[in-house]
Design a protein around this ligand. Structure first.
Ligand SMILES: [Zn+2]
Length: 116
């Protein structure tokens, strides 16, 4: 389902996202707790996307105490494909992160760091 072309398209959209939306990703301590509607388990949010544009920009929050790369990919998938369910978003996140090369991860981290 998620092949090299999906990864390539995703990375292109990520580059464009960081170019067009400087300071749209923030790293912070997120205190909100979410409840899984099925299992009723409570868990701390690792990140979220605020779709309400702030000065025309979306806003993504990442909890730096969690896995930054996986959370960043997860939230970007939510942002790019906002009609995907949470479970499909998780599947896409894990497919993407498993296909990323080390240099793509370096690129991703550099883009994030330079826009903070
Ligand atoms: Zn999610």
């Amino acid at each position: 389902m998620y092949d090299k072309k999906t990864l390539y398209t995703f990375m292109k959209r990520v580059s464009r996202f960081f170019r067009d939306n400087p300071k749209s990703v923030r790293i912070e301590k997120i205190r909100e707790v979410e409840v899984n509607p099925v299992t009723k388990k409570r868990y701390c949010l690792a990140g979220d996307v605020d779709y309400t544009p702030h000065r025309g920009k979306p806003r993504i929050r990442i909890d730096y105490r969690r896995d930054i790369v996986a959370t960043l990919i997860h939230e970007l998938v939510h942002y790019f494909y906002d009609d995907l369910s949470e479970s499909k978003t998780r599947r896409m996140e894990s497919a993407l992160i498993n296909q990323l090369s080390k240099s793509q991860v370096r690129h991703l981290l550099k883009m994030l760091a330079s826009r903070l």
